[in-house]
Design a protein around this ligand. Structure first.
Ligand code: HEC
Length: 208
């Protein structure tokens, strides 16, 4: 695709964007955009082209954005299906070590073409959440998790919720912007336990 063709498609997208009655043309343009990405992106290292393919949840959620709220029945269907895909630890223990949890929450590495796939990924939690008081640099896409355990209660049920939430955010909030860390193989079971400890251990700086 050359620049002129790209400009033509971009202009067409702009015209069609405000026009809800032209869904057929829009889906045609979506297909063209996907083809464009697939032909212009280059696979490198672990970053393969299949990353452009949306899974069922992403495809469904892409239909609702801006002011278009996800209908309740669609949200319930996603949450139920995703909840069934969570694998909880076989030993029934949800809390690991908050100190390594803090390192995982801080780490933004992993899964990029330049990262070594043999090294563990980070969770990058601070990119979206406030957690400890000491870390003053954090994003606000997600809610503050300061005093998470203290506020929500240090109960086994809340530990299990936190584990499931980090494993598969969509199980509790359909079309969430939070990555599905367990479901997508970003974090291991032990790493999820460690970030759950960061949230739920009474000794963790999140709760102090
Ligand atoms: C790209 C942004 C993003 C990243 C990265 C992210 N989150 Fe989230 N998170 C969100 C958003 C948005 C919400 C609110 C919507 C929802 O509940 O899914 C949320 C919600 C949560 C909740 C539920 C809060 C509640 O009140 O019940 C927990 C717990 C949580 N995140 C923990 C984490 C942890 C731990 C990490 C790192 C391993 C993390 N998040 C990484 C965006 C993110």
């Amino acid at each position: 695709m050359n620049t002129a063709q790209f400009a033509a498609i971009a202009a067409a997208v702009a015209v069609l964007a405000g026009c809800a009655s032209m869904f057929a043309e829009r889906s045609d343009l979506t297909a063209q955009a996907v083809t464009m990405m697939k032909t212009s992106f280059k696979e490198q290292g672990q970053a393969k082209l299949d990353r452009i393919d949306q899974d069922d949840v992403q495809r469904t959620c892409s239909q609702y954005h801006g002011d278009a709220a996800v209908p309740r029945d669609v949200a319930e269907r996603i949450e139920k299906a995703e909840a069934a895909r969570i694998s909880y630890p076989a030993d029934g223990k949800y809390l690991g070590d908050w100190k390594s949890g803090e390192k995982i929450a801080q780490a933004g590495v992993g899964m990029q073409y330049s990262d070594d796939p043999a090294q563990p990924s980070g969770g990058n939690c601070y990119a979206c959440h406030e957690l400890t008081q000491a870390e003053v640099s954090y994003g606000t896409i997600g809610p503050s998790l300061r005093n998470f355990g203290k506020v929500r209660g240090f109960t086994p049920e809340m530990q299990k919720y936190a584990y499931g939430k980090v494993f598969n955010s969509e199980a509790f909030f359909a079309c969430s912007n939070m990555p599905r860390f367990g479901q997508k193989g970003i974090l291991t079971e032990q790493q999820i336990k460690d970030v759950v400890a960061l949230l739920m251990d009474p000794q963790s700086p999140v709760n102090r």
